[in-house]
Design a protein around this ligand. Structure first.
Ligand SMILES: *Cc1c(COP(=O)(O)O)cnc(C)c1O
Length: 372
């Protein structure tokens, strides 16, 4: 049985009767830019997250960019972040003329290791960007304690963690701001592009709102250089509908993850950890393969059987060509470098069927039995 890595059409089929009339109504009303649809989604998002403010923007990368501008990040500042993630956080730090400083990760959660942050702090350090990678919360109590001690700002990259909880608190609400992405494959995904900033800080929220409309404080009065980065009303309409389902989708992801863990018990695959107090929402289900298994061969066998899978992520950010000028070398961040060679992500999405999870598990077990 072939199993896709993800299949957006299955979710759409379950929502079609809700989405199509709402989209048609918006099209007929003509409020395409900001307006009531965006207000409604922002209110729903703020309620869901238990955050005072939510600001819809064009995508998750812009959410990071605007949040960093809103904390007044300046050229020459340093921002501590993880090398094992999607590119955006480091990219926007560098685009703003600041310097990404990479700190190695915890091998079980794949998230930034708080125990290694303090050694990376200098007089120029302005902020920390933890990423709740694959939907597992980063160690926010430890990160916030360091931030308070050194007077640093914290922007949480929550692009993969909508609805993930740590110690009863949503990711995105620990630091100064949380940033989200609604790229279609995210666990709360739009039908195009979208992003959001949440914050309890009224000033930060106000500045983010201005920055998304060119830095405009009143109509046609510009206080500073900004962006054209608005959440589209069509996407907001769809997201308001999806918001009502996302908790149950995250539950379904968790159920599939438990099923995988059961099927892979007793194999050499290292299944994802879930720390005490954490609600992992399994945006990705990412295994680690021991060195005794040849990842290329396992991957080829899965491909042969039509089992979707991916390597998130094959190259640590400190070793990306674009950051060569930062002077990092192979061996500098050994855990991040090692996991790039060990990880393998399996199909996980709410609409995945149990027999499909079993087919993936069986294909993996067979691949080991064949000698990896
Ligand atoms: C997807 C993603 C982003 C970027 O979101 P876009 O909406 O594609 O710009 C940022 N950070 C992480 C961790 C992501 O997974």
């Amino acid at each position: 049985m072939a199993v896709p890595l993800f299949d957006l059409t299955r979710q759409y089929a379950t929502l079609r009767a809700e989405i199509e009339p709402a989209v048609c109504e918006l099209l007929a009303l003509g409020n395409y830019v900001l307006g009531p649809a965006v207000d409604e989604f922002e209110n729903g998002a703020a309620n869901f997250l238990h955050s005072a403010h939510a600001i819809g923007v064009a995508n998750g990368t812009d959410a990071l960019m605007l949040a960093l501008r809103a904390i007044n990040l300046q050229p020459g500042d340093e921002v501590i972040t993880t090398p094992f993630t999607f590119y955006s956080a480091a990219e926007v730090v560098a685009l703003l003329g600041a310097k990404p400083v990479f700190v190695d990760i915890e091998e079980d959660t794949f998230n930034i290791d708080p125990a290694q942050i303090e050694a990376a702090i200098t007089l120029r350090t302005k902020a920390i960007i933890p990423v709740h990678l694959f939907g597992h919360p980063a160690d926010m109590p430890a990160i916030m304690a360091i931030a308070r001690k050194h007077d640093l700002r914290v922007i949480e990259d929550c692009a993969q963690s909508w609805g993930a909880i740590l110690d009863g608190q949503q990711t995105g609400t620990w630091g100064d701001a949380g940033t989200f992405s609604f790229f279609p494959t995210k666990n709360l995904g739009s039908c195009g592009e979208g992003g959001l900033i949440c914050s309890d800080d009224a000033k930060l929220a106000e500045k983010s709102r201005q920055l998304r409309v060119h830095g405009q404080s009143q109509r046609y009065i510009y206080d500073e250089l900004g962006y054209n980065s608005r959440l589209h009303a069509l996407q907001a309409t769809i997201l308001s509908i999806k918001l009502r389902h996302v908790d149950s989708w995250n539950d379904a992801r968790r159920k599939h993850a438990a099923h995988y863990a059961q099927l892979l018990a007793g194999t050499p695959y290292v299944v994802p950890a879930e720390r005490d107090g954490a609600r992992h929402i399994y945006h990705q289900y990412t295994l680690r393969l021991p060195r005794s298994l040849d990842r290329d061969r396992i991957s080829a066998k899965l491909t042969e059987r039509g089992i979707g899978h991916a390597i998130y992520y094959p190259r640590s950010l400190h070793l990306q060509p674009v950051f060569a000028d930062l002077g990092y070398e192979t061996g500098d961040l050994p855990i991040s470098e090692r996991v790039t060679e060990e990880v393998l992500s399996l199909p996980i999405f709410p609409e995945l069927r149990e027999d499909e999870v079993e087919a993936v598990g069986a294909a993996l077990c067979e691949a080991v039995a064949d000698g990896g």
